[in-house]
Design a protein around this ligand. Sequence first.
Ligand code: HCA
Ligand code: CU
Length: 406
Amino acid sequence: MKFELNGSNSELKMTETESRNLANNYNKVHNDLGDVLILDSTLREGEQAPGVSFTMRQRLQIAWMLDYFGVDAIEISPIISPDHKESCKRLIKAGLSANILAHVRALPEDIDVALDCDASWIAVYHSVSDVHLEHKLRISREEAITRAVNAVEYAKSHGLRLRFTLEDASRADSSFLKSICKEIAEAGVDRIGLPDTLGILRPKGMYNLVKTVRDVVNTPLDVHCHNDLGLATANSLAGFEAGASQIHVTINGLGERVGIAPLAEVVMALALIYNKKLKVKLDMLRELSDLIDMYTGVRTPESKPIVGENAYKHKAGTHIAAIIRKPAAYELVPPRTVGNRRRIIFGELSGKHGAAFLLRVLGLNPSMEEAVKLAQGLKRLRCGDLFELSLSEELEGEALKVEDKF
Ligand code: HCA
Ligand code: CU
């Protein structure tokens, strides 16, 4: 497979935002939400997905592509193995525009590994829920605060910038959560990460979590939402609405268990729903997904929003009829905006409009009667979908030039 870097920019043009404008009655965002940063954790959280492990070259290639795409930060763990440490080192040396974050535990020896890699930004994580403190770490809440504050002070005394992630924050006691946030803010932490580690929150719940912390500290906040109930993207956006300024994603949503919010969905929602002018190249989204698909062998589901094979397939006759006259009837943005392709499926469901379109693509100018006959013939076969066509824009245009009598 060959990957080409399209590189054209991403700001949605007027013609690409028709669907958004049509939904404005309900989707209007009233308050000024400020800027949002994208942190990609494909190399850290993504490598925790079952069946996924990257080679050093793949890690560097992925990071390079993500940087070119335009994410603000890339996270990688240097503590898993010597190979990961070397990858982290090389990534930091590569001089990308994105900040490279070395992801480590709240232990001085882990922070030393990050320092050894020449990191300037690190992400430190420590559990805060009672279930994790009692059963995973077997320590008290007080001990957790001590470890967190020590880690922040240690990192700051070495000139590092750091995010401190409060693992399992969504299931932690909220007054304890507030105290630990205050303590690490006092110790000088640069960002606080609020993960929904188990993917248990609903969007309003994530909003409340971020708001709870927002009300007690001024530190910029990250959200990291797992997808166990399929709510990761919605929860990330709710966290953003509550004041978080950085969203964690991975390509294709890869991560521990069923993963976290997918890059493509989050950036498209930010661009379309929130009208955010991100500095990312949206037309690389499909390419990034394909790259990960190829490197991991984990097939991207066809039904995956934005980048899946089915995202731009049209099948029912009434849909085909509308799509060829006005793509915005059934497409959020044109497929090329996200580097995907439109496909028309012909078969049992084509109807007279689909049949007429097929005949026109083949160079004929069918009468209504002929189109109806072909549609009936396609139904009689009872074969479901017969075939699909991916049309070039020219061919599609040609077919439309023929007189449309329907
Ligand atoms: C983990 C847990 C984590 C950390 C998130 C973060 C989570 O696997 O280490 O550091 O932002 O979901 O809580 O991924
Ligand atoms: Cu996670």
